[in-house]
Design a protein around this ligand. Structure first.
Ligand SMILES: [Zn+2]
Ligand SMILES: [Zn+2]
Length: 285
């Protein structure tokens, strides 16, 4: 049996990057079977202007990209959201906290409507900034995060969380918000975590992803964690190469670890296929 691979959080940019068609083709060739495509902020697609319409346009680009990836024979899940870095963009442009929250809620409602029409599978990414920023901006992000979780709960949607790498407090706060809002914790995914969050995510039984970095794989995989999945968090921006990793780094790094006896194929089948099929509710290949 040939092992197949999944990239459960990546972005595609047909305007300035490779775009989903080329990405899916290359990933499929490297035995990739599943991709979860996540929306990019409108400015990444060269969409100027702030407000609802620019987000609507960028979500439409995402839907088109997903269609192209599917045509290449890859299983695709689609998530659209309001990236926490956008909160900074709007504050810097002079918007007030209440105006930003109102806009984000309108966008999240729109995504829920798309989910009803079966055009998207979930909300992603939403969360908190991972860098130093005005504390009031983080609280604004958290208001949006809680709203997104409630909408995901009410509509049975998946949700990708972009968070700071704070170890215990990062994971415990998400778990606590999940309890307070009564969302099923199995619909949440903590994306792009470090070993410290991975440790607590295992304790709190939360799904999480790690980017394709050899050092991370070597640190985490030999312990065979149960809730781990792999992502590239590829941003498809030729001006910022090497930010995070490439989708095809996932098969390359994992195959190399198998050949060196660091991990076994049976465990990787769990990570690359079983976990993905459980979380994304898709049939295994
Ligand atoms: Zn992110
Ligand atoms: Zn991302």
């Amino acid at each position: 049996m040939t092992l197949v691979f999944s990239d459960v959080h990546l972005h595609a940019n047909p305007i300035s990057g490779l775009g989903a068609e080329k990405i899916a083709k290359k990933f499929k060739k490297a035995n990739g079977w599943f991709m979860a495509l996540v929306s990019l902020p409108p400015q990444h697609y060269g969409i100027d202007g702030l407000g609802f319409e620019s987000h609507e346009k960028s979500i439409k680009i995402l839907l088109g990209e997903s269609e192209k990836a599917r045509r290449e024979g890859v299983e695709v899940s689609i998530l659209a959201g309001f990236h926490p870095s956008l909160i900074d963009v709007y504050f810097k442009a002079g918007w007030s906290s209440s105006e930003i929250v109102e806009l984000a809620e309108k966008i999240i409602d729109y995504i829920a409507k798309l989910h009803e029409e079966k055009a998207v599978d979930g909300i992603g990414e939403v969360g908190r900034q991972h860098y130093v920023v005005n504390p009031a901006w983080i609280v604004t992000s958290e208001l949006i995060l809680i709203y997104a979780i409630e909408v995901a709960r009410d509509n049975d949607m998946l949700i990708h969380l972009h968070l700071e790498q704070g170890g215990y407090s990062t994971v415990a706060s998400v778990k606590r918000i999940a309890e307070l809002t009564k969302i099923n914790v199995d619909s949440l995914l903590l994306h792009h975590v470090s070993p410290s969050e991975a440790h607590y995510a295992e304790i709190y039984e939360c799904w999480y992803t790690i980017p394709a970095k050899e050092k991370l794989y070597r640190t985490l995989l030999p312990n065979k964690p149960k809730r781990l999945m792999t992502e590239s968090d590829f941003i498809d921006d030729p001006k910022r190469p090497g930010v995070s990793s490439y989708p095809w780094d996932i098969p390359r790094e994992l195959m190399s670890l198998i050949s060196r006896g660091v991990v076994d194929e049976e465990y990787l089948y769990r990570v690359e296929v079983e976990n993905v099929s459980k979380f994304y509710r898709v049939k295994p290949p």
